[in-house]
Design a protein around this ligand. Structure first.
Ligand SMILES: [Mg+2]
Length: 349
């Protein structure tokens, strides 16, 4: 094969943060270092293709129109850091969907490789020279089945869940920045070797996606995935020429990434994770450490000091009254016991 090479990227928790389910553009937040890594992939000669399961469309959680707005926001945030995606493929189908049009098994839904195979066919991609990067094992399975090499993003905050039959990824990385380093190292030191299994025979895209609802394991066809962006550098039908020009210029001026910077990536990510953990812990402690019991305990402690002060005044007066001194000390003891009780109640709450 003589086609181009590509990096297939999962979207959620690979490029952007996944707070649960993204259903509005305001929720789109790039992960630290993701845009820079994607710009580097492009400089290394890879096309960037996002492949994303979007069963929320079949489930009625999100419309294709809103998904388009979300991806526009994603492109905008990336462009601000000189990173660009060639295409976004998404699979709107799910067998349990509530929208009849999208309720079906589909070979484009990861772990099936349909989106990767469709992209390879439409964009002349050499899958054996390409990589699939994602944060779940279904990304890895899709990539391996398609014939790509694979990198599993394993964040210390969100570890992927591995089922018994899930294949191991070729490499693990803590983020896209480390994935860049891995691919640089692997492509520099070794000839490209087709991984895993031989490519399945390229299936022909279904003309009518809704016509069959065969189980995934039996269907040889690719359901047409949705493509919502196509901004290939080679094409003349450029939607945003200014941004594209910037990218081409960036490729020409490409400096080599300093080795020391690459090595420090892991440390940077670890420090970032630690910072986020400490931040959330501090916030939790701030709210969990306050209680009414503790407030009153502090108040009682002040009263105790007041009683002791009064006792001292009585004792040092020209005509000391022992009964008044003992009374003040008695009150101080009672209030001290109350303060201690309240503090214990605060601790046990
Ligand atoms: Mg993901």
């Amino acid at each position: 094969m003589s086609g181009g090479k590509a990096i297939f990227l999962d979207r959620d928790d690979t490029i952007i943060d996944d707070p649960g389910y993204i259903n509005s553009p305001e929720q789109v937040k790039l992960l630290v270092g993701a845009a820079g890594a994607m710009a580097d992939f492009r400089k290394m000669g890879y096309k960037l293709i996002v492949v994303s399961n979007q069963s929320g469309i079949a489930r009625g959680i999100i419309t294709e129109q809103v998904l388009g707005q979300i991806h526009e926001k994603l492109k905008q945030l990336l462009a601000e850091q000189n990173a660009y995606i060639d295409r976004i493929y998404y699979c709107p189908y799910h067998p349990d969907g509530v929208i009849a049009k999208f309720r079906k098994y589909s070979d484009c839904r990861k772990p099936k490789p349909g989106m990767l195979l469709a992209a390879a066919k439409e964009m002349d991609i050499d899958l054996a020279d390409s990589w699939m990067i994602g944060n779940s094992y279904r990304d890895i399975t899709a990539g391996k089945t398609a014939g790509c090499r694979t990198i599993l993003i394993k964040s210390s905050l969100k570890m992927p869940v591995k089922k018994r039959d899930d294949p191991d990824a070729d490499f693990d990385a803590i983020n896209l920045r480390e994935a860049v380093n891995i691919i640089k190292r692997e492509t520099a030191s070794k000839p490209v070797i087709p991984p895993f299994a031989p490519m399945p025979e390229s299936p022909k895209p279904a003309e009518h996606p809704q016509q069959t609802a065969a189980p995934e394991s039996e269907s040889p066809q690719i359901e047409s995935p949705r493509i919502i962006e196509d901004k290939q550098m080679e094409q003349t039908e450029i939607i945003e020429p200014v941004k594209v020009a910037q990218t081409v210029e960036a490729v020409k001026e490409k400096p080599r990434q300093p080795a020391a910077e690459e090595v420090s990536t892991k440390t940077e990510k670890l420090l970032e994770d630690i910072r986020l953990l400490l931040k959330s812990r501090n916030r939790d402690e701030l709210y969990s450490d306050f209680s009414v019991f503790k407030l009153f305990s502090g108040f009682m402690q002040i009263v105790v000091l007041g009683c002791l002060f009064i006792a001292l005044r009585y004792k040092m007066s020209p005509n000391p009254e022992d009964s008044a001194v003992y009374t003040a000390i008695g009150f101080a003891i009672v209030f001290q016991l109350m303060a201690m009780t309240l503090y214990i109640m605060h601790k046990d709450k």
